[in-house]
Design a protein around this ligand. Structure first.
Ligand SMILES: [Fe+2]
Length: 437
């Protein structure tokens, strides 16, 4: 039985959320239908499918989908990765190249636009009333597919707002990542990513990226070790590049408060703005020269002083423009989520920039990172309590009632729970819409 809107609304209060929203199977099913099935979901970057026939497999709302470059039109299609015959998943490869896709069960074959190419032994369908050209026998396209500066999104639903309107102000984050390239473009590094299973509901991961109260505690072991190491360095010694990345994780409450947090429409938001944990990163002279030549001094300064940290593109991804990385959420079950961590190369920038991006990813976002396992342990602890019912409500009172209104956004001190409260406003909006469908 589907939960009524009245019951769902009782689970989300202005500054606390009932723990069952992280553990209830029915709520997870409704989220996949009403949030993940009715918004734009990040699929991948166009550089993952450079050549006609290149494809990449992923999921939307737990359903397998395929991003594939059309061999005829060169456009990027996003198809359900299901055979139109009996529904078998067509390819389980993460990525590859194919002019024709072939289902391994009965050998039905498909073109890169999803249309049926051939069904074996076609004579058996003669005079049966089955029209093999009917769209139901294709690998169906998702409801909507679009991209913004090479970042491809898709929606299961057809009746969604345009991608540009969905992203809204968050487009500036994507713009900034691209504009940090002297050529104004980025591309993925390699065709795969760091990918690992998190033992928690998808929302716990997303919320943690706007939780500036945890780094100085959860990540203290690593940041303390780095700070001890730095204090022992002989005077005048250049610290190792790793220290530049890890050191800010031990920042004070005041440091994170000053970074600020901003809430945008549709559940989006970001930490930082002018100041973030990587705004102090060393700027390499050869990179500055290339940027100055491409944009001029004033525009270059504008681009490089834009520093958002963990911009949340609700519900499926988080973006770090200043370090050129994206983390992508792929919910699996109510209490497990695959997180993909992708890194990007700034076209036309020196190799040093890419090395720093990769170093950041290894140190902070990879399964073997020096910081990520701290978060993983925290996710495990809070998911366990939500699942076994040992906590009723999750508190969101940090700086509650002290948000500042700015145009179409709200801002607050960095350790505020504003970003999470804003995600729940969008959560309610989506969940309410669903009932009228
Ligand atoms: Fe963390």
């Amino acid at each position: 039985m589907t939960l009524s809107i009245e019951k769902i609304e009782k689970l989300v209060e202005p500054a606390r959320v009932h723990s069952s929203v992280y553990a209830d199977e029915e709520i997870f099913r409704l989220e996949m239908e009403r949030i993940w099935g009715r918004s734009w979901i990040y699929i991948g970057h166009e550089s993952q499918v450079r050549k006609p026939g290149d494809y990449y497999s992923t999921t939307v709302a737990t359903l397998p989908v395929l991003m594939i470059r059309d061999t005829k039109t060169d456009q990027i299609n996003v198809l359900h990765n299901r055979c139109g015959h009996r529904g078998a998943i067509v390819t389980q490869k993460q990525c590859g190249t194919a002019e024709i896709l072939r289902c391994p069960y009965h050998g039905w074959t498909y073109r890169t636009d999803g249309s049926l190419h051939a069904a074996p032994h076609p004579g058996a369908y003669k005079d049966t009333g089955m029209n093999i050209k009917d769209a139901q026998y294709s690998m169906r396209s998702l409801g909507r597919v679009d991209q913004y500066r090479g970042f491809v999104f898709a929606s299961l639903a057809e009746d969604v707002v345009d991608l540009s309107d969905f992203l809204g102000e968050l487009k500036h984050t994507i713009d900034n990542m691209c504009d940090r390239s002297p050529e104004g473009e980025v591309e993925v590094t390699g065709l795969n990513c760091h990918r690992f299973l998190h033992p928690c509901n998808w929302k716990f991961f997303l919320e943690n990226l706007h939780d500036a109260m945890h780094p100085m505690c959860a990540h203290a072991a690593t940041s303390d070790a780095v700070q001890n190491y730095l204090s022992d360095l002989p005077e005048g010694t250049k610290p190792p590049a790793e220290a530049e990345i890890i050191d800010p994780f031990g920042g004070s409450y005041d440091f994170f408060d000053k970074m600020g947090v901003t809430a945008l429409e549709n559940g989006h938001g970001y930490m930082g703005g002018k100041k973030s944990i990587f705004s102090h990163f060393e700027m390499y002279p050869e990179y500055l020269d290339a940027m100055r030549e491409a944009y001029g001094e004033e525009r270059m300064q504008d681009i490089l002083s834009f520093n958002r940290h963990n911009a949340c593109c609700y519900p499926s991804s988080t973006i770090r423009d200043g370090i050129q990385s994206i983390r992508v959420l792929r919910p699996q079950t109510v209490n497990s989520t695959i997180i993909e961590s992708w890194t990007f190369r700034l076209k036309g920038a020196p190799e040093k920039l890419l090395q720093r991006t990769l170093r950041y990813s290894r140190l902070i976002n990879s399964p073997g990172s020096m910081v990520g396992p701290d978060d993983l342990d925290c996710y495990y602890r809070i998911q366990e309590s939500a699942s076994n019912g040992s906590i009723d409500w999750i508190d969101l009172h940090r700086y509650f009632g002290q948000d500042q209104s700015e145009a179409s956004s709200l801002t607050a001190m960095g350790t505020s729970d504003l970003g999470i409260r804003n995600q729940y406003q969008a959560w309610l909006d989506y969940m309410r819409q669903g009932e009228s469908q």
